[in-house]
Design a protein around this ligand. Structure first.
Ligand SMILES: Nc1ncnc2c1ncn2[C@@H]1O[C@H](COP(=O)(O)OP(=O)(O)OP(=O)(O)O)[C@@H](O)[C@H]1O
Length: 254
């Protein structure tokens, strides 16, 4: 079995080591992650791409402590998730990771400000007022804080979700198709905000996407196929990402 020492994870925001995860049993079993190892560098924007069914969501869920692995190890910073009990995992999700979902997942009865501060309120933490103002300014929501989600456009709702994820300064923000429900202009605004939060605030972001344009905002794109990491690109443009996706269509990882 592969093991990781404290020293080897310094500088990494998250890590999967020899992770295997299958769904179902017997003849119906599907191997979603197949002895997969991947490092996520701190303060970087990493995109995960790959064909449908390649294991992107499963990897993200396992890295974020939303799902368990069958074997191998998962780390967030210097915490080994694969050794935590349910309470430890819940604490980690509450205090160490942030999420941005395709469907925004805002609470409809709360204002934008209440949605943004909700994770801190749940964790019994108070937002730092200066940092709150910085985050709200960065997403351009200063004049929308009293609005409820139904009074905001899709792009504005996703900006609320981004601010909500960023405010607690989590070790990692996991973004699952964050632009999947947006037109290209609103999508590019969200992607611009995510990449600026990496550059200016040194936030670590991991984003699952199908969109080559979205992936091109990342510092690094990793490509999955059949639950394995088969390729990576650094500072790619959309064309290079598309070319790789086309090549994967004809590539068999096994
Ligand atoms: N809860 C589940 N039960 C059974 N099989 C599952 C489950 N979740 C995922 N799988 C299977 O595991 C494999 C990987 O799925 P996963 O959702 O991680 O892929 P993906 O790359 O995110 O796909 P997509 O791009 O379509 O969202 C697929 O074959 C999928 O059918």
């Amino acid at each position: 079995m592969t093991t990781v020492t404290q020293e080897t994870i310094t500088g990494l925001a998250a890590r999967a080591v020899g992770v295997t995860k299958a769904y179902g049993a017997g003849a119906a079993a599907v191997t979603a992650l197949d002895d997969l190892s991947v490092d996520v560098q701190r303060g970087r924007f990493t995109a995960i791409m790959g064909p449908s069914g390649s294991g992107k969501s499963t990897l993200m869920h396992c890295l974020a402590g939303l799902d368990t692995v069958d074997s191998g190890e998962v780390w967030i910073g210097e915490t080994r998730l694969t050794g935590l009990n349910d309470k430890g995992l819940a604490d980690l999700r509450r205090n160490r990771v942030g999420f941005v979902f395709q469907q925004f997942n805002l609470l409809p009865t709360l204002t934008a400000e209440e949605n943004i501060t909700l994770p801190l309120a749940i964790a019994n933490r108070k937002p730092d007022p200066a940092w709150f103002d910085t985050v709200v300014d960065a997403v351009g929501l200063s004049d929308r804080l009293t609005h409820r989600p139904s009074e905001l456009s899709g792009g504005q709702q996703q900006r609320v979700a981004c601010a909500r994820a960023l405010l607690p300064k989590p070790d990692v923000i996991f973004a699952d198709e964050p632009t999947g429900n947006l037109d290209s202009r609103s999508g590019n605004e969200i992607l611009g905000f995510l990449s600026r939060s990496v550059e200016q605030f040194h936030q670590t972001i991991v984003m699952v996407t199908h969109d080559a344009n979205a992936a091109a905002y990342a510092d690094r794109v990793i490509f999955l196929l059949d639950g394995r990491m088969v390729h990576e690109l650094h500072d790619p443009d959309a064309e290079a990402v598309l070319d790789t996706m086309k090549a994967l269509d004809t590539f068999d990882s096994r």
